[in-house]
Design a protein around this ligand. Structure first.
Ligand SMILES: Cc1cc2nc3c(=O)[nH]c(=O)nc-3n(C[C@H](O)[C@H](O)[C@H](O)COP(=O)(O)OP(=O)(O)OC[C@H]3O[C@@H](n4cnc5c(N)ncnc54)[C@H](O)[C@@H]3O)c2cc1C
Length: 420
């Protein structure tokens, strides 16, 4: 590897965006990626289920403002919201229309309540402090907003950051997967795969030096895009030590966990669910272990299961068989023995982001009182010689591929400025 102008550590959305921006500016770049593939937490498996299945990022959220929407234009993006419907089970039966209307009412009250609390909430308020509780559907709403969508309990998340990072539609799905999109955007970039960066020296007057089993790469500036949980665990040694505010930000922006499971149909039974129908159940506690499903995306013969928060960490530790057992137990609550006949246990596909040493979780949230950590992390160091980027750095679109992309481009601008 020759000495590039800019070194990028990590080839996820942020690293790919940064590398493309450096090349567009007419400078040279080298990307060092630990895994044997680019894409990071956006990864599409196209073989196990006989159709593409995103193990990580699934939707392009808030598509009108998402920088990846125009880049996905030729990939048949599909507006999920246009066909979105869901069924909800409680006590082993389908909720009635009146019960669903009550559920919708409870959901509609959630965000306005938290929004109203912002004006007077203490600096370290969590998203749980003012969440509605006690109503028949409140725990189910909290379960969705915490573990399922944000991948962590509401009490673990800063109220202001939680509200600032709320996402809206349109929510686009890609038939070939978000991982497929990013793999295409990475094509042709100078990415060295299997290159685990162990140490980064950034105190040199002349630039930076990355070291690992691959050897040593020197550059004028470096952009580090690793997940905050990897950085907090000391995945890279920085020499000299980082400023305390940067180091603290790694710890104040932990990753929650969302696990995805793909289960294939055994025959023709589609459980009376149309393509893209959401299947969920009422829970009585926010932290109840519960799995939700989206049926037969694009008319394909698999269900997508989602399990988030503490339950996801626990079941990932128990292993894939335990996760599949749990998914079947959930489906049996709604369909009894029909679930065992309709779906195959063999050939299930599960994500394992928690134990993955290059992710250590799904996506970030801010600890109560630490909404400011995102900007602390994104602040360029040594005049741009060392910049951090990645989903955790975006104060509005944190936790998304689009947010990661924007921070990668911003870091590239800061790093390039060191050389002008
Ligand atoms: C289950 C799940 C569902 C999700 N759903 C959505 C969704 O629907 N929509 C959405 O927008 N987002 C979603 N996300 C979040 C989205 O995937 C991330 O926000 C985004 O991909 C993060 O990109 P990044 O570049 O910041 O980090 P990453 O993609 O994690 O990239 C960092 C890269 O650094 C590499 N690396 C780590 N350590 C080293 C090292 N020491 N040396 C070199 N390289 C290293 C990693 O291998 C990785 O490739 C989801 C994530 C998960 C896990």
């Amino acid at each position: 590897m020759s000495s590039p102008d800019i070194l990028v550590v990590g080839a996820g959305a942020a690293g790919i965006a940064a590398a493309r921006a450096v090349l567009r500016a007419g400078r040279t770049v080298q990307v060092l990626e630990a895994r044997e593939r680019p894409g990071g937490r956006a990864w599409t498996d196209s073989t196990t289920l006989g159709a593409p299945f995103d193990l990580g990022a699934t939707w392009l959220h808030q598509a009108g403002e998402n920088p990846l929407t125009p880049l996905a234009a030729g990939l048949e993006p599909f507006d999920h919201d246009a066909v979105r419907r869901h069924v909800c089970f409680l006590d082993g039966r389908l909720a009635t229309e009146a019960e669903m209307a009550d559920y919708d009412t409870a959901y509609a009250a959630f965000h306005p309540r938290l929004q109203a609390a912002l004006a007077t909430a203490p600096r370290d308020a969590s998203a749980a402090d003012d969440a509605p509780r006690g109503g028949f559907w409140d725990a189910t709403v909290a379960h969705w907003e915490g573990p399922v969508i944000a991948a962590a309990p509401l009490a673990a998340m800063d109220l202001r950051d939680f509200m600032a990072t709320q996402l809206g539609g349109p929510n686009l799905l890609l038939p070939g997967g978000i991982g497929g999109l990013l793999a295409g955007l990475a094509a042709g970039l100078p990415i060295a795969c299997g290159a685990v960066v162990e140490r980064l020296r950034w105190g040199e007057a002349e630039g930076v030096v990355a070291e690992g089993g691959f050897g040593r790469v020197a550059a004028r500036a470096a952009i580090v895009t690793l997940p905050t949980a990897v950085l907090a665990a000391g995945g890279v040694r920085f020499d000299p030590a980082l400023p305390p505010a940067t180091e603290q930000a790694f710890h104040d922006l932990p990753l929650g966990l969302l696990t995805k499971l793909g289960l294939r149909a055994a025959g023709d039974d589609r459980l009376n669910l149309g393509p893209f129908t959401g299947l969920e159940r009422r829970v009585s506690r926010e932290d109840e272990t519960a799995m939700t499903f989206i049926a037969w995306p694009f008319g394909r013969d698999h269900l997508m299961g989602f399990l988030g928060g503490e339950a996801a960490w626990a079941l990932e530790r128990e292993g894939e068989a335990a996760l599949t057992d749990f998914a079947f137990a959930e489906l049996r609550r709604a369909y009894g023995g029909r679930a065992d006949r309709a779906l195959r246990r063999a050939g299930a596909l599960a994500s394992r982001w928690g134990g993955d040493p290059f992710a250590r979780g799904a996506y970030s949230h801010a600890r109560p009182g630490r909404a400011g950590a995102r900007l602390d992390l994104a602040a360029p160091l040594a005049g741009g010689r060392l910049c951090f980027a990645g989903e955790a750095c975006h104060p509005r679109f944190a936790g998304t591929v689009g947010g990661a992309w924007v921070t990668g481009e911003a870091a590239a601008r800061a790093a390039l400025a060191t050389q002008s």
